[in-house]
Design a protein around this ligand. Structure first.
Ligand code: NAI
Length: 286
């Protein structure tokens, strides 16, 4: 039986979510994605017009198929949480059933169950502000979109995940070391995500035999990273200072996710797995 994967946080072909989808597809999984509501139209249009065809190419020459795209906004758990201005916003009003609970219900109706859950999303409205200048609202928004969203996804998807299933998120070393420029509470959000990975691994493991891990990825020129503004500097820093002096490719993170989701990783849970050319192991830049 082929495995089914739901990947939250795919809206173009530049990010980690897309690369993870490809690695899972290459390994034979059926791919379902959750796309942020405001990005849905452009993503679907680009996909339909063949804009991603080149990057849909799998190692065997076939093109990755996305079985279904679900609109998703992971800061809302159920319809009662959605404020009036969002519900009536024109980009939101044209879609429906995009709260976490509703997406899980739709996936259940359409596919019955899944085996792999991937959280590849983050948002920090004040990311370019230092922590000392971050508002309470901005800090809590970062935690809501980037950390609680993982708790919520797991909570709602666990009931439709097959035992032996695997959940994976993406984190960044700014959770544990000082990375100036990764502000707005995003460093705090990644620290929460990593801590939650351990607690969720315990709870989901004991109750449902599901493994929960997070990949601490090196810098990638994704849409989200470009918005932060220092991504080229981070890539140059890594190439100059990491044990492996090469640019990290999204596929290397995708392949790690495919490994973590597979039976090859059947004893790995609650872990932060570094996929960063080894940069995390350095004490000083040389
Ligand atoms: P990306 O732009 O491809 O992915 C972020 C996605 O989150 C986008 O598709 C966006 O539409 C979606 N999103 C934002 N708010 C959302 C919401 N409320 N509900 C649903 N979706 C929402 O960028 P990237 O960089 O691939 O990010 C994926 C993950 O990788 C994030 O967790 C990020 O923090 C992490 N990461 C990225 C690194 C990098 O250098 N690019 C380094 C380490 C971790």
């Amino acid at each position: 039986r082929g495995k089914k994967a739901f990947i939250a946080g795919v809206a173009d072909d530049n990010g980690y979510g897309w690369a993870i989808a490809k690695s899972l597809a290459a390994a034979g999984a059926e791919i379902l994605v959750g796309t942020w509501v405001p990005a849905l139209n452009i993503f679907e249009t680009s996909l339909r017009r063949g804009k991603f065809d080149e990057s849909r190419m799998l190692p065997d020459g076939s093109l990755m198929e996305i079985a279904r795209i679900y609109p998703l906004d992971a800061v809302f758990d159920s319809p009662e949480d959605v404020p009036e201005d969002v519900r009536t916003n024109k980009r939101y009003a044209v879609s429906s059933n995009w709260t976490v609970q509703e997406v899980a219900e739709s996936v259940k109706q359409d596919y019955g169950s899944i085996d792999i859950l991937v959280h590849s999303l983050a948002n920090g409205p004040e990311v370019s502000k230092p922590l000392l200048e971050t508002s309470r609202r901005g800090y809590l928004a970062a935690l809501s979109a980037s950390s609680y969203s993982y708790v919520s996804l797991l909570k709602h998807f666990i009931p439709i995940m097959n035992p032996g299933g695997s959940a994976i998120s993406l984190t960044y070393i700014a959770s544990e070391r000082i990375i100036p420029g990764y502000g707005g509470g995003m460093s705090s959000a990644k620290a929460a995500l990593e801590s939650d990975t351990r607690v969720l691994a315990f709870e989901a493991g004991r109750k449902h035999k599901i493994r929960v891990n997070t990949i601490s990825a090196g810098p990638l020129r994704s849409r989200a990273a470009k918005a932060i503004g220092f991504i080229d500097t981070m890539i140059e820093y890594s190439v100059a200072n990491a044990p492996l002096q090469k640019e990290l490719s999204a596929d290397e993170v995708g392949n790690t996710a495919a490994f973590l989701a597979s039976p090859l990783a059947s004893a790995i849970t609650g872990a932060v797995i570094y996929v960063d050319n080894g940069l995390n192991a350095m004490g000083v830049g040389v």
